[in-house]
Design a protein around this ligand. Structure first.
Ligand SMILES: [Fe+2]
Length: 237
């Protein structure tokens, strides 16, 4: 079972970089059925939970998208769906613990959402996981959102930082330092995707640099499916 994990470790070892391991707490997952591009139904969700549990995860943070343009979720319905999943997991005999968070998209509505206490935080850190545009330009409002979160007692946790071109680019190193000074914490994906192997490719090179700097605060599976790469399957055009 989980031969893909073994494959991944062997592949990483061959590059001379220690593998990036999942941690007992998985800070990023899409395991709630039917709310975003993650799990499509309850059996699939339970399969995903079992997969992570078998990989050594003891606590899964469910982080459905709150992304107004694509997944206009709100905290209350997400809480209902989450409670149903947690009950079903307990009934099915899974021991892994579950907690609700969210993956908030940085757009022009997020500042207002923060001001109105419409974000979902998790953990003793009061992490608010957020993602941004992935291109080469620094997204508008990045530092304002992080400051607003800090002022309200949250800890901004940037999702899958290896994806952002504006951090990996030539000006990115300085920006990383600025974000660290602003109290932002970094989450890196630990999927079996090749681009995420430490030291391999643009993402892996960036991950290896982050690790040398001690800047990988959290690891997440970002699991969308109970499959080797965990990615959502795009519908046929
Ligand atoms: Fe995600």
């Amino acid at each position: 079972m989980l031969s893909w994990l073994g494959w991944s470790r062997r592949k990483q070892d061959s590059q001379g970089e220690a593998p990036l391991e999942l941690r007992p707490r998985d800070c990023h997952s899409h395991v709630i059925p039917g709310v975003d591009d993650g799990s499509r139904n309850l059996p699939e969700s339970l399969e995903m939970l079992a997969l992570l549990q078998a990989a050594g995860v003891e606590r899964i943070i469910a982080t459905p998208h709150i992304f107004p343009a694509r997944f206009p979720n709100e905290p209350e319905p997400l809480r209902v769906a989450f409670d149903e999943l947690r009950a079903a997991a307990a009934t099915s005999g899974l021991s892994v613990e579950l907690e609700l968070g969210a993956e908030h998209y940085l757009d022009d509505t997020l500042l207002e959402r923060i001001a109105n206490e419409r974000v979902i935080c998790f953990g003793p850190e009061r992490y608010v996981l957020f993602e941004t545009f992935t291109g080469a330009e620094v997204p508008a409002g990045l530092f304002e959102v992080c400051a607003a979160l800090g002022q309200r007692g949250y800890t901004p946790l940037m999702a899958h930082v290896e994806r952002y071109g504006y951090l990996r680019g030539s000006a990115g190193r300085e920006l990383v330092e600025d974000l660290r000074c602003a109290g932002v914490r970094f989450q890196v994906n630990r999927t079996v995707g090749r681009a995420n192997l430490p030291g391999v490719g643009p993402r892996g090179t960036f991950i290896a640099w982050l690790r040398r700097r001690g800047y990988i605060d959290e690891v997440g599976s970002d699991l969308h499916r109970p499959t080797a790469d965990g990615r959502p399957v795009e519908p046929a055009a």
